[in-house]
Design a protein around this ligand. Structure first.
Ligand code: BG6
Ligand code: MG
Length: 213
């Protein structure tokens, strides 16, 4: 397929932090008596923290919230989420993902991260991948989150690659849309694959090895 680089989403692709996001939002929503389930949670994949909060608040029926209230709720969720992240170790990097990364690198491909999360550096450090990737583009260097292509275009730019030479790997439908909007092809896993959103819809990330040829 002649790709020169692969840009990986982080949460739900490299590690299962998507489940920790869900549990933290669930606790915050339960505390506010806001209905929240896994179907709504799928809409938060790839979306920034504050935009995620707005999606959850669509079902909120209490007194009006100020901007300061919203900041406090987002902070509360992030504090809960960070508690889970602190428990992460190199055991949270699966063999499947590690083998795949190493095999792809062995084929001469550049590897990058393209994630909406501001917690990206901390997570990569926890799972033993701090300093591993050739470029890391994340929630700290973007102004628009997925489905806007900014995070992937910045990753490609950091690598010095044309978008058409990059393959994006995503579990979020919004992330697949972001990759396509940036002129990249996308291999999907998880929720995005179940939705048939990707150019390839994988059951396992190992399939990347065959996709890149
Ligand atoms: C994305 C997740 O990777 O990061 C979203 O899929 C999350 O669910 C977003 O909202 C922002 O994460 P953080 O860690 O900056 O709150
Ligand atoms: Mg994801």
């Amino acid at each position: 397929m002649n790709f020169k680089a692969i840009i990986f989403d982080l949460d739900g692709v490299i590690c299962s932090t998507d489940e920790y996001h869900y549990r933290a939002w669930k606790r915050m929503a339960d505390g506010m008596h806001i209905p929240f389930d896994r179907t709504i949670n799928n809409r938060l994949r790839g979306v920034s923290r504050m935009e995620s909060l707005e999606i959850i608040l669509e079902k909120y029926e209490g007194p009006a919230l100020t901007e300061a209230d919203k900041q406090r709720l987002a902070q509360q969720k992030n504090d809960l989420y960070r508690e889970s992240l602190k428990e992460m170790t190199t055991d949270d990097l699966s063999e499947e993902v590690w083998d795949t990364l190493e095999t792809l690198r062995g084929k001469g491909l550049k590897l990058a991260i393209g994630s909406s999360s501001k917690n990206t550096p901390f997570i990569l450090e926890r799972i033993g991948l701090g300093g591993y990737f050739d470029a890391v583009s994340d929630g700290n260097n973007i102004t628009h989150s997925k489905p806007d292509p900014e995070v992937f275009l910045k990753a490609a730019e950091m690598l010095g690659m044309a978008p058409a030479d990059c393959l994006v790997v995503e579990d979020a439908v919004s992330g697949v849309q972001a990759g396509h909007a940036g002129g990249m092809r996308v291999a999907a896993v998880g929720d995005a694959a179940l939705n048939g959103a990707g150019d390839w819809n994988m059951k396992s990330i190992r399939e990347l090895i065959h996709i890149v040829g």
